[in-house]
Design a protein around this ligand. Structure first.
Ligand code: NDP
Length: 480
């Protein structure tokens, strides 16, 4: 049977674009449909604008540090509209790069929403249909609000990049990557940040010692972090429910109980009641309460593609779905939701389907970084995970780094290695420090290669650096 295309990719984010280009390079006839902007979450409303905001926010402490080092400098104010305008120009430029990469690879682009009509047919929002031997779904995910009354009054991470002005105060709900990163960014930009996390410690799933140090550092920087606390009720501050307005005093006397729909970006204060009974008014609210795969209304289940409980597309190790001609990569499969992983999955798909080399995706020992301040770089097992599996030695040091100690800042950093007692292999490496994202990329190579503690020990230290502690920790702090 003749198809219009060898491959039709749905979704023009990092994973979809890479897979389309790589498949086209093998001589395959490839098309790609994107309903929104090319570059997807990472480039348009995730990693890239977030990291630029991290850079912007880190300047806030630099004037004070420079003074401590003898410079005569004074910090001025932060110009959000100026920064935001430049940010959006940069995102436009990057989107254009993505379009050109596709065009230059000979991939046919459709700026339209695509759904599946059958196992080999894609229907576009323009009304066209196209057949393809293989269909690759790379539609990513989107942030979700909790299921509660007036949740629409809160922003999600996508909205932050489009703010017309920075709020004076914000409540961030959640304790994951996005919540903690934005708490640090906005705090650095001068916003008064309160964070509610329902669990006992932020960044669930990561090494406990690292989580504790990050939480302490966030508090030291002025973030009002409340653990074991969640949001119970939310309303416009001038429209608080009767009973609560009396107890809070937050709303003007006689405020109506009639809660109206409000544009969440219009900057009206919001009244919030927490599970601990406290009531506060914030200029803005950010729900960083997780993400959901983009699989709704795509016709997936109609053609027999199996979805999981969170709406994710179920795939095998080759990213193949329950319909043999349909594959899926990236956040839409809810495996490891990171850009470089989506790209790897896309490349493994092309190797498997277009290069005749069946390539399972390797999800083991993926280094990653959380861009809090200080940053957190991590690869492998946490102490808690490792000790449940086998006997371990824990090498750990926490100290005030030279740079900030000289400037009289209380900041501490953490360097930690989890080592197998039996094999001496480094099972996990955790770094909380400025630049930890850069450090863990390098340490990740060693850990992925199966380096032992003895390999770390025989590596000469680079002095004076923070990372030299990674090769100079002689005695385990504890064993488990
Ligand atoms: P996470 O799943 O990491 O965190 C969601 C947070 O919201 C958790 O703390 C969770 O609590 C909490 N939560 C969930 N539902 C509710 C609720 N109903 N009420 C209150 N709190 C709730 O999601 P994120 O959105 O932060 O990030 C999504 C993914 O994006 C990450 O897992 C990561 O893979 C990726 N990412 C990576 C980044 C990086 O590499 N630097 C940066 C940003 C995102 P609990 O722990 O109790 O479940």
């Amino acid at each position: 049977m003749a198809f219009d295309y060898d491959l039709f990719v749905i979704g023009g984010g990092s994973g979809g674009v890479r897979a389309a280009r790589m498949a086209a390079q093998t001589g395959a006839k490839v098309a790609l449909a994107e309903e929104s902007r090319y570059g997807g979450t990472c480039v348009i409303r995730g990693c890239v604008p977030k990291k630029l905001m991290v850079f912007a926010s880190e300047y806030s402490g630099m004037a004070a540090d420079a003074q401590a080092y003898g410079w005569t400098v004074h910090a001025g104010g932060f110009d959000w509209p100026g920064f935001s305008g430049k940010l959006h120009k940069e995102l436009d430029r990057l989107e254009d790069v993505y379009r050109k990469l596709l065009d230059g690879s000979g991939v046919t682009r459709f700026d339209a929403r695509a759904t599946l009509a059958d196992a080999h047919t894609v229907r576009l929002s323009t009304g066209e249909t196209h057949s393809a031997k293989h269909i690759l779904i790379a539609t990513g995910g989107r942030p979700v609000r909790p299921d509660m009354t007036n949740a629409h009054l809160g922003m999600v991470s996508d909205d932050i990049f489009d703010l017309k002005a920075l709020p004076k105060s914000i409540l961030i709900v959640g304790g994951g990557y996005i919540a903690c990163e934005f708490a640090c960014i906005l705090n650095g930009l001068g916003v008064k940040v309160t964070q509610y996390y329902r669990g006992a410690q932020i960044l669930r799933g990561f090494d406990e010692e690292a989580r504790g140090l990050i939480a302490d550092s966030m508090r030291e920087q002025g973030i009002d972090l409340h653990l074991g606390t969640n949001i119970l009720q939310i309303a416009c501050a001038d429209n608080v429910p009767d009973g609560d307005a009396k107890s809070s005093g937050a709303a003007p006397a006689g405020a109506s109980t009639d809660l109206v729909e409000q544009d969440r970006n219009r900057g009206e204060p919001l009244w919030v009641k927490a599970t601990n009974g406290s009531e506060h008014v914030f200029d803005a609210l950010l729900f960083a309460t997780g993400r959901k795969p983009n699989t709704s209304d795509m016709g997936l289940e109609d053609i027999g593609v199996t979805l999981g409980r969170n709406g994710q597309i179920e795939v095998d190790e080759y990213s193949q779905t329950s319909v043999p001609s349909v594959y899926a990569i990236g956040d839409v499969t809810d495996r490891v939701n990171l850009t470089p992983v989506a790209i790897r999955e896309g490349m493994a798909f092309v190797d498997t389907v277009f290069k005749g080399t069946p390539t399972p995706v390797d999800h083991d020992l993926i280094p990653s970084a959380v861009f809090t301040q200080p940053e957190f770089g991590t690869v492998g097992l946490s102490e808690e995970e490792a000790r449940d599996r086998e006997p371990i030695d824990v090498y750990c040091t926490s100290f005030r780094p030279m740079n900030t100690a000289f400037a009289d800042r209380p900041d501490r950093v953490l360097m930690k290695l989890i080592v197998s007692k039996e094999t001496d292999k480094v099972l996990g490496c955790h770094i909380v420090a400025p630049g930890a994202g850069e450090m863990i990329q390098m340490a990740g190579i060693a850990v992925k290669m199966g380096a032992t503690k003895a390999d770390f020990d025989r590596t000469v230290a680079v002095h004076p650096t923070m990372a030299e502690e990674m090769v100079t920790m002689r005695e385990p702090l504890r064993s488990a």
